[in-house]
Design a protein around this ligand. Structure first.
Ligand code: SAM
Length: 311
C-alpha cells in the first residue's frame, strides 16, 4: 500500500463551480492543471470531457491523483515545477493548451501530515519542501541564514511586523540547541508573538508561510510559471489563478495589468507613441468564495481567483 492510499489524500477543491464556469469548457478542451494536488479540479474537468495535463512537484500528490484519475483516457501527469516548464523540452511535451489553472500553495494533506513540516498543529521535522528532490529544507534556512536574512524573509514573505524580534529570538535559540522541528519553531514564534487564541489564526502562521515561500521559491516560480503558461496557451485560451495570500495575488494582478495594453506614454503626450498592445483581456475583479463555501471549507477564506483570456 502506498503512502497516499494508506493515509488517504483528501483535499476539497476550492471555487470549483466558479473555475469550471470561467474556463468555458468545451468537449476535448485541453486544460493544463499546473497544481494537480489531489486532482479535485482535474476530476471535475475530466468528467466534463476535457483532456487534462496535470503538473505537480510533489510525488505524493502525483501518486494520489494518478491513482484517482488514471482511468480517464484524456489524463496524463508530470512531476515538474510549473515555474520551470520553459526549460528543456517541457513546452513541446506539454503542447498547446486551451486553458490553464493554477491553484497555488499547499494541499490539505501536505499541511496535515506532520512529517512534511508545513503544519503548525502537528509536530514534525522542519522540512516544508513541496518537492522532496530539492536540497534546501526549512531546517537549513533556520540553521544557516543570517539574522538579517531571516528578518528579511519574515518581513517580505510573511509580512510579519515583528520580523526583527522573531529573527533575533531564533538566532539566540539556535546557539543553544539546533532548531529542527516545527514544534520548536512554534514555541519560538509564540514566545515573541504570543499564545494562540481560540478562533484566531495562530500567531506563528506568517513565520511558517515565509519559510515555506523561501524553501519553495514560490514567488519566483509563480512569476516564471505565469510567463511560461501564458505562452503555452492558444489565442483565446483562458488562464485562471487562485491565490491564497496578498503577495501571490499582487504578483498575478501585476502580470495581468502589464499585458492589458494600457498606454505608457507620459501624461500629456498628444498621441500615443508607446505602441502598447493588449495581450490579454481580464475579468476586472477577483472572485472570492461565498460565505457558504467558507463555512464548509475554511481554506477558501482567503482565496482570490483571477481570470485572463489570451488575445
Ligand atoms: C492547493 S493544492 C492543489 C489542489 C487541487 N487543485 C485539488 O483540487 O486537489 C496545490 C498543489 O500544487 C503543488 N504546487 C505548488 N506549487 C507548485 C509549482 N510551482 N509547480 C508544481 N506544483 C506546485 C503543491 O505540491 C500542491 O500539491
Amino acid at each position: 500500500m502506498t503512502e497516499s492510499e494508506g493515509v488517504g489524500f483528501h483535499h476539497v477543491p476550492v471555487l470549483l463551480k466558479e473555475a469550471l464556469e470561467e474556463l468555458r469548457l468545451f468537449p476535448g478542451m485541453r486544460v493544463l492543471d499546473c497544481t494537480l494536488g489531489g486532482g479535485g479540479h482535474s476530476l471535475a474537468l475530466l468528467e466534463r470531457g476535457a483532456r487534462v495535463t496535470g503538473l505537480d512537484v510533489d510525488e505524493m500528490a502525483l501518486e494520489a491523483a494518478s491513482a484517482r484519475l488514471g482511468g480517464f483516457a484524456g489524463f496524463r501527469a508530470f512531476q515538474v515545477n510549473f515555474g520551470e516548464i520553459a526549460e528543456g523540452d517541457w513546452m513541446e511535451r506539454i503542447g498547446p493548451q486551451d486553458g490553464a489553472l493554477m491553484d497555488l500553495g499547499v494541499s490539505s494533506p501536505q499541511l496535515d501530515r506532520g512529517e512534511r513540516g508545513f503544519s503548525i498543529r502537528r509536530d514534525g521535522p522542519l522540512d516544508m519542501r513541496m518537492d522532496r528532490r530539492l536540497d534546501l529544507s526549512a531546517a537549513d534556512v533556520v540553521r544557516d541564514y543570517s539574522e538579517a536574512d531571516l528578518r528579511r524573509i519574515f518581513f517580505e514573505y510573511g509580512e510579519e511586523k515583528q520580523a526583527g524580534k522573531v529573527a533575533r529570538r531564533l538566532v539566540q535559540e539556535r546557539t543553544r540547541r539546533p532548531v529542527v522541528t516545527t514544534g520548536q519553531l512554534v514555541e519560538i514564534g509564540e514566545s515573541v508573538l504570543g499564545r494562540p487564541r481560540p478562533g484566531k489564526v495562530h500567531p506563528a502562521t506568517k513565520i511558517f508561510q515565509a519559510l515555506r515561500m523561501e524553501v519553495n521559491a514560490e514567488l519566483e516560480r509563480l512569476q516564471s510559471g505565469l510567463e511560461a503558461v501564458f505562452e503555452i496557451l492558444v489565442p483565446g485560451g483562458r488562464l485562471l489563478v487562485m491565490s491564497y495570500h496578498s503577495l501571490e495575488d499582487r504578483c498575478v494582478k501585476q502580470f495581468i495589468n502589464e499585458r492589458l495594453g494600457r498606454c505608457r506614454c507620459p501624461r500629456g503626450t498628444p498621441i500615443c507613441i508607446c505602441g502598447a498592445k493588449p495581450l490579454l483581456r481580464a475579468r476586472g475583479k477577483a472572485i472570492q468564495a461565498s460565505p457558504a463555501e467558507i463555512e464548509a471549507n475554511p481554506r477558501a477564506r482567503s482565496v482570490r481567483l483571477r481570470v485572463a483570456q489570451k488575445l
